[in-house]
Design a protein. Sequence first.
Length: 150
Amino acid sequence: MPEKLIATNRKARHEYNILDRFEAGIVLRGTEVKSLRQGQANLNDAFATVDRGEVFLQNAHISAYEQGNRWNLPERRARKLLLHQREIKRLVVGVTRKGFTIIPLRFYFNDKGIAKLEIALAKGKKTFDKREDIKRRDLEREDGRDYKIR
């Protein structure tokens, strides 16, 4: 069974330079897994923080499960991420530098059906960097068209 993609953070590659990636487990409670299986997640504006040696996903939206009634939890609560200690240390070292942050890239179920989150240590891009990326993409697209015509 291949991995099943739940949600991606499409703005991440536009807003940040991705430096290092990590696969993290996530602590889910109540009906959150059922909601994820329905694809009810959104990673826009989400980020991760390190607090007392633990990593937490902040501002990620997992919709309430329709049949969940009283067992539903707040949709934007902080969720603990499960990482190895050496990975957490690498994240702490990276985040202490100016301009670096931890952002989620995608939510998915792995081959065994376990919910995973791909996070990245990233550095925010400046406006002129974003413009350069757009110009480069446009040039590559035009070159591809020229090559296709020939």
